[in-house]
Write a protein that binds this ligand. Structure first.
Ligand SMILES: C[S@@+](CC[C@H](N)C(=O)[O-])C[C@H]1O[C@@H](n2cnc3c(N)ncnc32)[C@H](O)[C@@H]1O
Length: 280
């Protein structure tokens, strides 16, 4: 008998981000913004900051690249930009909702492999394999092995994502492979480092935006919901509050205590653009 496939909570988070971002912020990009000095830090500038981020990646694509595999393409916006620039782009997307959006945007211009990168079965070669904030979701060893096989000779691997630092202390920010572990794994694969650019300073402000939203909007809504439930079903809610008291405490600490901010991000994470060239 087949085991039921569990829904991945991270995928649900990304799909929610797509729905809310698309509706309230008019952005379907699922990556951080790249905040330059001329942009005030507010939600209405998020889509411009995200466009800066895409421009930043595009400016680091090597000159000879023609074919690209966009791993974890989100709603397909970045792949769409690349196809408009003349690149031939294929995508990998394990999320049904994101794939549907990407398909309607990319039409027949791109092939979308609807699976996790680790499970991709294809021998089609590429000049560039791109991970735009998607590297943190893949198994590093398997992903690098696959990339080594799928890249053309002298092809490139571009990873733009955040990693965990070695900072001590408690962080309420999830996500990212440990940077030291990444260095350890990649040195066993046939890649030579071309660029390693630290963009933590430009991306960390996203956390201040998120924090302000959670504290000023998320927390009051959460409190209101609990008050309403207390009023309508008091004994049941009391029991549930007691039963899930540790979980509730964690949610409060993680999301509503102001601990998800730029300074914490800059301490516990490091956001990098890595460009590697295949050597063997
Ligand atoms: C934060 S979003 C980034 C989306 C897009 N690259 C961008 O820059 O807006 C992470 C993406 O990685 C994808 N993803 C998650 N796990 C994956 C896996 N194992 N293999 C391939 N893609 C994955 C998600 O479906 C999503 O599209």
């Amino acid at each position: 008998m087949h085991k039921r496939k569990r829904i991945d909570s991270k995928e649900i988070g990304l799909e929610l981000a797509l729905i809310f971002g698309g509706y309230f912020l008019k952005t379907e990009d699922l990556h951080y913004g790249y905040w330059t000095g001329d942009l005030d830090l507010n939600l209405s500038n998020l889509s411009r900051a995200q466009e800066n981020y895409s421009n930043f990646i595009i400016s680091h694509i090597p000159k000879n690249v023609k074919t690209v595999l966009d791993v974890g393409c989100g709603a397909g916006r970045f792949a769409h930009r690349l196809t408009n620039l003349g690149y031939q782009v294929d995508c990998v997307s394990p999320s049904p909702l994101l794939t549907e959006r990407a398909r309607s945007l990319l039409k027949n211009n791109s092939r979308i492999f609807e699976c996790r990168y680790e499970q991709l079965r294809s021998e089609r070669p590429y000049d560039l394999i791109l991970f735009s904030e998607s590297f943190q979701y893949v198994d590093m060893e398997k992903a690098l092995q696959k990339s080594g096989k799928l890249l053309n000779d002298a092809g490139h691997l571009l990873i733009c994502d955040f990693f965990k630092t070695e900072a001590e202390g408690k962080s309420f920010l999830g996500g990212g492979h440990r940077l030291t572990q990444f260095y350890d794994v990649i040195q066993r694969h046939p890649f030579e480092l071309v660029e390693n650019i630290d963009i933590t300073g430009e991306t960390a402000p996203n956390l201040d935006l998120e924090n302000a939203f959670l504290v000023n909007c998320g927390f009051p809504v959460w409190k209101l919901a609990l008050r309403f439930l207390d009023d309508r079903h008091s004994w049941l809610i009391k029991f549930l509050r007691w039963k899930f008291r540790t979980k509730i405490k964690k949610i409060n600490q993680k999301y509503f205590a102001g601990a998800r901010n730029a300074q914490q991000f800059a301490t516990f994470k490091t956001y990098r653009l890595f460009l590697y060239k295949k050597t063997g």
